[in-house]
Design a protein around this ligand. Structure first.
Ligand code: LRH
Ligand code: MN
Ligand code: MN
Length: 426
Protein backbone atom coordinates (compact mmCIF):
# COMPACT_ATOMS: atom_id res chain seq x y z
CA UNK A 1 0.00 0.00 0.00
CA UNK A 2 1.62 3.24 -1.13
CA UNK A 3 0.25 6.77 -1.22
CA UNK A 4 1.30 8.49 -4.42
CA UNK A 5 2.55 12.07 -4.15
CA UNK A 6 0.03 13.14 -6.81
CA UNK A 7 -2.85 11.62 -4.88
CA UNK A 8 -1.93 13.69 -1.84
CA UNK A 9 -1.43 16.74 -3.99
CA UNK A 10 -4.95 16.40 -5.41
CA UNK A 11 -6.47 16.03 -1.96
CA UNK A 12 -4.56 19.05 -0.69
CA UNK A 13 -5.62 21.15 -3.70
CA UNK A 14 -9.24 20.75 -2.73
CA UNK A 15 -8.49 22.04 0.77
CA UNK A 16 -5.92 24.65 -0.08
CA UNK A 17 -8.19 27.69 -0.46
CA UNK A 18 -9.76 27.12 2.96
CA UNK A 19 -6.36 26.52 4.52
CA UNK A 20 -4.89 29.69 3.00
CA UNK A 21 -7.78 31.80 4.24
CA UNK A 22 -7.45 30.52 7.80
CA UNK A 23 -3.67 30.64 7.79
CA UNK A 24 -3.49 34.20 6.51
CA UNK A 25 -6.03 35.37 9.07
CA UNK A 26 -4.14 33.73 11.94
CA UNK A 27 -0.75 34.75 10.65
CA UNK A 28 -1.81 38.40 10.52
CA UNK A 29 -3.18 38.28 14.06
CA UNK A 30 -0.05 36.60 15.43
CA UNK A 31 2.31 38.91 13.56
CA UNK A 32 0.46 41.85 15.11
CA UNK A 33 1.33 40.29 18.48
CA UNK A 34 5.01 40.20 17.46
CA UNK A 35 5.05 36.44 16.97
CA UNK A 36 7.40 34.97 14.39
CA UNK A 37 4.97 32.76 12.49
CA UNK A 38 7.60 31.26 10.18
CA UNK A 39 9.75 30.25 13.15
CA UNK A 40 6.78 28.56 14.82
CA UNK A 41 5.86 26.68 11.64
CA UNK A 42 9.47 25.55 11.29
CA UNK A 43 9.58 24.37 14.91
CA UNK A 44 6.44 22.34 14.29
CA UNK A 45 7.94 20.76 11.19
CA UNK A 46 11.03 19.76 13.14
CA UNK A 47 9.12 18.18 16.02
CA UNK A 48 9.12 14.42 15.44
CA UNK A 49 7.48 11.80 17.64
CA UNK A 50 8.40 8.12 17.68
CA UNK A 51 5.67 5.53 17.18
CA UNK A 52 6.08 2.36 19.24
CA UNK A 53 6.13 -0.85 17.29
CA UNK A 54 3.41 -2.25 19.60
CA UNK A 55 0.84 0.45 18.89
CA UNK A 56 -0.14 -0.35 15.32
CA UNK A 57 -2.65 -3.04 16.10
CA UNK A 58 -5.70 -2.97 18.29
CA UNK A 59 -4.89 -2.96 21.98
CA UNK A 60 -6.84 -4.90 24.50
CA UNK A 61 -7.79 -4.95 28.13
CA UNK A 62 -7.70 -7.84 30.54
CA UNK A 63 -11.32 -8.45 29.56
CA UNK A 64 -10.67 -8.98 25.92
CA UNK A 65 -9.41 -7.65 22.67
CA UNK A 66 -11.39 -6.60 19.65
CA UNK A 67 -9.09 -7.07 16.68
CA UNK A 68 -8.82 -4.49 13.95
CA UNK A 69 -8.76 -5.74 10.41
CA UNK A 70 -5.69 -5.30 8.24
CA UNK A 71 -3.32 -5.09 11.22
CA UNK A 72 0.40 -5.38 10.44
CA UNK A 73 1.55 -8.89 11.29
CA UNK A 74 5.31 -8.37 11.09
CA UNK A 75 7.86 -5.65 11.73
CA UNK A 76 8.13 -4.70 8.05
CA UNK A 77 4.39 -4.05 7.87
CA UNK A 78 4.54 -2.04 11.10
CA UNK A 79 7.25 0.16 9.63
CA UNK A 80 5.16 0.51 6.48
CA UNK A 81 2.28 1.75 8.64
CA UNK A 82 4.52 4.26 10.39
CA UNK A 83 5.82 5.34 6.98
CA UNK A 84 2.24 6.06 5.93
CA UNK A 85 1.57 7.98 9.14
CA UNK A 86 4.72 9.98 8.52
CA UNK A 87 3.84 10.65 4.90
CA UNK A 88 0.47 12.09 5.92
CA UNK A 89 1.49 13.93 9.10
CA UNK A 90 5.26 14.52 8.63
CA UNK A 91 5.50 14.20 12.39
CA UNK A 92 6.09 10.47 12.91
CA UNK A 93 9.69 10.17 11.71
CA UNK A 94 10.81 7.45 14.13
CA UNK A 95 9.95 4.01 15.45
CA UNK A 96 10.56 2.75 18.97
CA UNK A 97 11.04 -1.02 18.97
CA UNK A 98 9.87 -3.35 21.66
CA UNK A 99 12.07 -6.40 22.19
CA UNK A 100 11.32 -9.32 21.93
CA UNK A 101 8.01 -8.53 20.21
CA UNK A 102 9.71 -6.90 17.25
CA UNK A 103 13.17 -8.31 16.73
CA UNK A 104 14.25 -7.79 13.10
CA UNK A 105 14.99 -10.97 11.18
CA UNK A 106 16.99 -9.26 8.46
CA UNK A 107 18.64 -6.10 9.83
CA UNK A 108 19.76 -4.72 6.49
CA UNK A 109 16.30 -5.12 4.99
CA UNK A 110 14.59 -3.47 7.97
CA UNK A 111 17.05 -0.59 7.97
CA UNK A 112 16.54 -0.06 4.26
CA UNK A 113 12.79 -0.20 4.59
CA UNK A 114 12.82 2.35 7.43
CA UNK A 115 15.10 4.69 5.56
CA UNK A 116 12.90 4.44 2.44
CA UNK A 117 10.14 5.90 4.65
CA UNK A 118 12.52 8.39 6.34
CA UNK A 119 11.99 6.61 9.64
CA UNK A 120 14.74 6.60 12.29
CA UNK A 121 15.15 4.08 15.12
CA UNK A 122 14.52 5.80 18.44
CA UNK A 123 14.79 4.25 21.92
CA UNK A 124 14.60 0.46 22.16
CA UNK A 125 12.37 -0.96 24.90
CA UNK A 126 13.22 -4.05 26.89
CA UNK A 127 10.59 -6.42 28.22
CA UNK A 128 11.03 -8.11 31.56
CA UNK A 129 7.36 -7.95 32.45
CA UNK A 130 6.53 -11.21 30.69
CA UNK A 131 8.21 -14.58 30.73
CA UNK A 132 9.65 -15.16 27.31
CA UNK A 133 9.34 -18.47 25.48
CA UNK A 134 12.01 -20.89 26.70
CA UNK A 135 13.09 -18.55 29.50
CA UNK A 136 15.01 -20.39 32.21
CA UNK A 137 13.86 -18.15 35.05
CA UNK A 138 10.56 -16.46 35.75
CA UNK A 139 9.75 -12.79 36.28
CA UNK A 140 6.62 -13.63 38.21
CA UNK A 141 8.20 -12.13 41.32
CA UNK A 142 10.21 -9.44 39.63
CA UNK A 143 13.05 -8.94 37.19
CA UNK A 144 15.81 -6.42 38.05
CA UNK A 145 14.53 -6.35 41.65
CA UNK A 146 13.98 -10.08 42.08
CA UNK A 147 15.25 -11.61 45.29
CA UNK A 148 16.63 -14.42 43.17
CA UNK A 149 19.93 -13.55 41.54
CA UNK A 150 19.41 -15.83 38.55
CA UNK A 151 16.27 -13.92 37.56
CA UNK A 152 18.04 -10.60 38.00
CA UNK A 153 20.98 -11.76 35.91
CA UNK A 154 18.68 -13.00 33.19
CA UNK A 155 16.91 -9.61 33.13
CA UNK A 156 20.23 -7.74 33.00
CA UNK A 157 21.40 -9.96 30.12
CA UNK A 158 18.13 -9.33 28.25
CA UNK A 159 18.57 -5.55 28.55
CA UNK A 160 22.12 -5.83 27.22
CA UNK A 161 20.84 -7.93 24.30
CA UNK A 162 18.29 -5.22 23.55
CA UNK A 163 21.10 -2.65 23.45
CA UNK A 164 22.96 -4.85 20.93
CA UNK A 165 19.86 -5.09 18.74
CA UNK A 166 19.28 -1.34 18.92
CA UNK A 167 22.91 -0.63 18.16
CA UNK A 168 22.70 -2.54 14.89
CA UNK A 169 19.79 -0.32 13.84
CA UNK A 170 21.16 3.06 14.90
CA UNK A 171 19.19 3.50 18.13
CA UNK A 172 20.90 5.54 20.82
CA UNK A 173 18.85 4.85 23.91
CA UNK A 174 17.36 2.08 25.99
CA UNK A 175 14.07 2.51 27.85
CA UNK A 176 13.60 0.35 30.91
CA UNK A 177 10.16 0.00 32.37
CA UNK A 178 9.79 -2.46 35.21
CA UNK A 179 6.60 -4.14 36.25
CA UNK A 180 8.43 -5.13 39.45
CA UNK A 181 6.60 -4.62 42.70
CA UNK A 182 4.34 -6.51 45.05
CA UNK A 183 0.67 -7.32 45.27
CA UNK A 184 0.33 -7.68 49.02
CA UNK A 185 1.74 -6.03 52.14
CA UNK A 186 4.63 -8.02 53.49
CA UNK A 187 5.26 -9.78 50.18
CA UNK A 188 8.59 -8.11 49.58
CA UNK A 189 11.20 -6.11 51.42
CA UNK A 190 11.08 -2.58 49.94
CA UNK A 191 14.72 -1.83 50.69
CA UNK A 192 16.05 -5.05 49.18
CA UNK A 193 13.92 -4.61 46.08
CA UNK A 194 15.16 -1.06 45.54
CA UNK A 195 18.79 -1.98 46.21
CA UNK A 196 18.64 -4.90 43.78
CA UNK A 197 17.09 -2.65 41.17
CA UNK A 198 19.81 -0.05 41.58
CA UNK A 199 22.56 -2.66 41.36
CA UNK A 200 20.98 -4.27 38.28
CA UNK A 201 20.52 -0.92 36.53
CA UNK A 202 24.18 -0.12 37.21
CA UNK A 203 25.15 -3.39 35.50
CA UNK A 204 23.08 -2.45 32.46
CA UNK A 205 24.53 1.06 32.51
CA UNK A 206 28.04 -0.39 32.44
CA UNK A 207 27.23 -2.17 29.18
CA UNK A 208 25.83 0.93 27.42
CA UNK A 209 27.83 2.21 24.46
CA UNK A 210 29.46 5.59 25.10
CA UNK A 211 26.95 7.60 23.07
CA UNK A 212 23.84 5.88 24.47
CA UNK A 213 21.35 6.99 27.10
CA UNK A 214 19.41 4.95 29.61
CA UNK A 215 15.81 6.04 30.28
CA UNK A 216 14.21 4.87 33.50
CA UNK A 217 10.41 4.89 33.41
CA UNK A 218 8.33 5.06 36.60
CA UNK A 219 4.76 4.08 37.36
CA UNK A 220 2.84 4.00 40.66
CA UNK A 221 0.90 0.79 40.15
CA UNK A 222 -0.14 -1.89 37.64
CA UNK A 223 0.48 -4.75 37.09
CA UNK A 224 1.37 -4.88 40.78
CA UNK A 225 -1.31 -3.33 42.92
CA UNK A 226 0.26 -2.85 46.34
CA UNK A 227 3.70 -1.47 45.50
CA UNK A 228 5.85 -0.73 42.48
CA UNK A 229 9.62 -0.61 42.90
CA UNK A 230 10.13 2.45 40.66
CA UNK A 231 6.92 4.10 41.69
CA UNK A 232 7.52 7.79 41.02
CA UNK A 233 9.79 10.38 39.39
CA UNK A 234 11.80 10.79 42.57
CA UNK A 235 12.74 7.11 42.65
CA UNK A 236 13.59 7.17 38.95
CA UNK A 237 15.64 10.36 39.40
CA UNK A 238 17.51 8.83 42.32
CA UNK A 239 18.31 5.69 40.31
CA UNK A 240 19.37 7.73 37.28
CA UNK A 241 21.73 9.74 39.47
CA UNK A 242 23.10 6.54 40.99
CA UNK A 243 23.85 5.19 37.50
CA UNK A 244 25.52 8.27 36.06
CA UNK A 245 25.39 11.06 33.48
CA UNK A 246 23.92 8.93 30.69
CA UNK A 247 20.91 7.84 32.75
CA UNK A 248 17.70 9.85 32.76
CA UNK A 249 14.13 9.78 33.97
CA UNK A 250 11.36 9.05 31.48
CA UNK A 251 7.94 10.60 32.07
CA UNK A 252 4.87 8.75 30.81
CA UNK A 253 1.77 10.95 31.10
CA UNK A 254 -0.36 8.03 32.32
CA UNK A 255 2.00 7.01 35.10
CA UNK A 256 0.82 9.31 37.87
CA UNK A 257 -1.70 9.23 40.63
CA UNK A 258 -4.77 11.39 39.90
CA UNK A 259 -4.21 15.15 39.84
CA UNK A 260 -0.42 14.98 40.00
CA UNK A 261 1.15 18.20 38.76
CA UNK A 262 3.10 16.74 35.83
CA UNK A 263 4.28 20.12 34.52
CA UNK A 264 6.05 20.71 37.81
CA UNK A 265 7.77 17.31 37.57
CA UNK A 266 8.90 18.22 34.04
CA UNK A 267 10.29 21.54 35.27
CA UNK A 268 12.19 19.96 38.15
CA UNK A 269 13.72 17.27 35.96
CA UNK A 270 14.75 19.72 33.24
CA UNK A 271 16.30 22.08 35.75
CA UNK A 272 18.40 19.16 36.95
CA UNK A 273 19.18 18.03 33.38
CA UNK A 274 17.52 14.65 33.89
CA UNK A 275 14.44 14.54 31.65
CA UNK A 276 15.45 12.00 29.00
CA UNK A 277 12.25 10.78 27.43
CA UNK A 278 8.54 11.32 27.27
CA UNK A 279 5.61 9.00 26.57
CA UNK A 280 2.42 10.74 25.42
CA UNK A 281 -1.12 9.50 26.06
CA UNK A 282 -4.13 10.68 28.03
CA UNK A 283 -6.19 9.30 30.85
CA UNK A 284 -9.19 9.83 33.05
CA UNK A 285 -8.47 7.34 35.82
CA UNK A 286 -5.11 5.59 35.61
CA UNK A 287 -2.76 4.40 32.90
CA UNK A 288 -5.64 4.48 30.44
CA UNK A 289 -3.44 4.99 27.36
CA UNK A 290 -6.11 7.04 25.59
CA UNK A 291 -5.56 9.34 22.63
CA UNK A 292 -3.28 12.25 23.52
CA UNK A 293 -5.27 15.38 24.37
CA UNK A 294 -8.62 13.60 24.32
CA UNK A 295 -9.43 14.10 28.01
CA UNK A 296 -7.20 16.84 29.47
CA UNK A 297 -5.97 19.11 26.67
CA UNK A 298 -5.28 22.07 29.00
CA UNK A 299 -3.06 19.92 31.21
CA UNK A 300 -1.19 18.84 28.07
CA UNK A 301 -0.70 22.48 27.12
CA UNK A 302 0.67 23.33 30.58
CA UNK A 303 3.08 20.40 30.31
CA UNK A 304 4.22 21.64 26.92
CA UNK A 305 4.65 25.09 28.36
CA UNK A 306 7.08 23.59 30.89
CA UNK A 307 8.80 21.59 28.14
CA UNK A 308 9.22 24.61 25.86
CA UNK A 309 10.56 26.67 28.75
CA UNK A 310 13.00 23.88 29.58
CA UNK A 311 14.12 23.41 25.99
CA UNK A 312 14.82 27.15 25.77
CA UNK A 313 16.40 27.67 29.17
CA UNK A 314 17.99 24.40 30.28
CA UNK A 315 21.01 23.57 28.12
CA UNK A 316 21.93 21.07 30.85
CA UNK A 317 18.99 18.91 29.71
CA UNK A 318 19.35 16.93 26.46
CA UNK A 319 16.66 17.17 23.82
CA UNK A 320 14.04 14.67 25.06
CA UNK A 321 13.03 11.56 23.12
CA UNK A 322 9.30 11.79 22.33
CA UNK A 323 7.06 8.78 21.89
CA UNK A 324 3.33 8.08 21.77
CA UNK A 325 2.45 5.33 24.24
CA UNK A 326 -1.25 4.87 23.65
CA UNK A 327 -3.45 1.86 23.10
CA UNK A 328 -6.28 1.62 20.62
CA UNK A 329 -9.14 -0.50 21.82
CA UNK A 330 -11.94 0.69 19.62
CA UNK A 331 -10.50 3.10 17.06
CA UNK A 332 -8.52 2.40 13.92
CA UNK A 333 -4.95 2.55 15.35
CA UNK A 334 -3.67 4.68 12.49
CA UNK A 335 -6.47 7.22 12.81
CA UNK A 336 -5.99 7.27 16.56
CA UNK A 337 -2.26 7.90 16.19
CA UNK A 338 -2.99 10.75 13.77
CA UNK A 339 -5.29 12.31 16.35
CA UNK A 340 -2.56 11.96 18.99
CA UNK A 341 0.04 13.53 16.73
CA UNK A 342 -2.32 16.42 16.01
CA UNK A 343 -2.94 16.98 19.73
CA UNK A 344 0.79 16.94 20.48
CA UNK A 345 1.53 19.46 17.74
CA UNK A 346 -1.37 21.63 18.83
CA UNK A 347 -0.18 21.76 22.45
CA UNK A 348 3.37 22.45 21.29
CA UNK A 349 2.26 25.29 18.98
CA UNK A 350 0.20 26.87 21.75
CA UNK A 351 3.12 26.64 24.16
CA UNK A 352 5.31 28.35 21.57
CA UNK A 353 2.82 31.24 21.59
CA UNK A 354 3.28 31.91 25.31
CA UNK A 355 5.09 35.20 25.76
CA UNK A 356 7.74 34.04 28.24
CA UNK A 357 9.14 37.54 28.80
CA UNK A 358 5.76 39.02 29.62
CA UNK A 359 5.00 36.02 31.82
CA UNK A 360 8.21 36.53 33.79
CA UNK A 361 7.41 40.25 34.20
CA UNK A 362 3.91 39.46 35.42
CA UNK A 363 5.33 36.88 37.82
CA UNK A 364 7.85 39.42 39.13
CA UNK A 365 5.01 41.91 39.70
CA UNK A 366 2.87 39.26 41.39
CA UNK A 367 0.22 40.01 38.78
CA UNK A 368 -1.50 36.66 39.01
CA UNK A 369 -4.37 37.66 36.74
CA UNK A 370 -2.01 38.63 33.92
CA UNK A 371 -0.07 35.38 34.36
CA UNK A 372 -3.27 33.45 33.77
CA UNK A 373 -4.30 35.70 30.86
CA UNK A 374 -0.98 35.08 29.11
CA UNK A 375 -1.31 31.30 29.36
CA UNK A 376 -4.97 31.22 28.45
CA UNK A 377 -4.62 33.63 25.52
CA UNK A 378 -2.12 31.22 24.03
CA UNK A 379 -4.25 28.18 24.86
CA UNK A 380 -7.42 29.68 23.35
CA UNK A 381 -5.77 30.40 20.00
CA UNK A 382 -6.86 28.03 17.26
CA UNK A 383 -3.41 27.05 15.98
CA UNK A 384 -4.54 24.36 13.56
CA UNK A 385 -3.71 26.41 10.43
CA UNK A 386 -0.07 26.51 11.65
CA UNK A 387 -0.03 22.72 11.84
CA UNK A 388 -1.54 22.49 8.36
CA UNK A 389 1.11 24.85 7.01
CA UNK A 390 3.94 22.84 8.60
CA UNK A 391 2.57 19.64 7.04
CA UNK A 392 1.97 21.24 3.67
CA UNK A 393 5.50 22.69 3.55
CA UNK A 394 6.90 19.23 4.29
CA UNK A 395 4.76 17.47 1.67
CA UNK A 396 2.17 16.01 4.06
CA UNK A 397 -1.61 16.23 4.10
CA UNK A 398 -3.51 19.36 5.13
CA UNK A 399 -5.93 17.06 6.93
CA UNK A 400 -4.34 13.64 7.57
CA UNK A 401 -7.45 11.85 8.88
CA UNK A 402 -9.57 13.09 5.98
CA UNK A 403 -6.86 12.06 3.50
CA UNK A 404 -6.60 8.62 5.10
CA UNK A 405 -10.34 8.16 4.74
CA UNK A 406 -10.58 9.60 1.24
CA UNK A 407 -7.79 7.29 0.08
CA UNK A 408 -9.57 4.35 1.74
CA UNK A 409 -6.31 3.20 3.24
CA UNK A 410 -7.79 0.79 5.79
CA UNK A 411 -9.85 -0.90 3.09
CA UNK A 412 -6.72 -1.38 1.00
CA UNK A 413 -4.75 -2.71 3.98
CA UNK A 414 -7.47 -5.27 4.59
CA UNK A 415 -7.33 -6.30 0.94
CA UNK A 416 -3.56 -6.68 1.18
CA UNK A 417 -3.19 -8.25 4.62
CA UNK A 418 -6.53 -9.90 5.18
CA UNK A 419 -9.23 -9.36 7.76
CA UNK A 420 -7.66 -11.57 10.40
CA UNK A 421 -4.08 -10.34 10.56
CA UNK A 422 -2.95 -9.72 14.12
CA UNK A 423 -0.27 -7.35 15.40
CA UNK A 424 1.87 -8.32 18.38
CA UNK A 425 1.71 -5.88 21.24
CA UNK A 426 -0.31 -4.89 24.24
C1 LRH B 1 4.00 0.58 30.82
C2 LRH B 1 4.35 1.24 29.52
C3 LRH B 1 5.84 1.13 29.23
C4 LRH B 1 5.89 -0.13 28.44
C5 LRH B 1 4.68 0.06 27.55
C6 LRH B 1 4.26 -1.17 26.82
O1 LRH B 1 2.70 0.86 31.24
O2 LRH B 1 3.93 2.56 29.51
O3 LRH B 1 6.31 2.21 28.50
O4 LRH B 1 7.05 -0.48 27.82
O5 LRH B 1 3.70 0.55 28.46
MN1 MN C 1 5.24 4.18 28.73
MN1 MN D 1 2.00 2.79 30.58
Amino acid sequence: MKIEVEQLGDLNKAKEAGHNKNFNFLSEALTAQNKDVTAIVNSLAEFQVAIPSWALGAGGTRFGRFGFQGEPSNLGQKIDDIGMLHQLTRTAGAVSLHIPWDVPEDYMAIKELASSHNILFDAVNSNTFQDQANAKHSYKFGSLSNISKVSRDQAIAHNLDVVKIGDKLGSKSLTVWLADGSNFPGQSNFQDALQHTEDSLKEIYKGLPEDWKLFIEYKPYEPNFYSTVIQDWGTSFMLANACGDKAYTLVDLGHHLPNTNIEQIVSTLMLKGKLGGFHFNDSKYGDDDLTVGSVKPYALFLIFNALVYGMENNPQNPYPAWMIDASHNIKDPLEDLMQSLEAIQEAYAKALLVDQTKLRDAQANHDVVTCQEILQNAYRTDVRPLLEKARLNAGGAINPVAAYRELEIRKKLIQERGANSIATGL
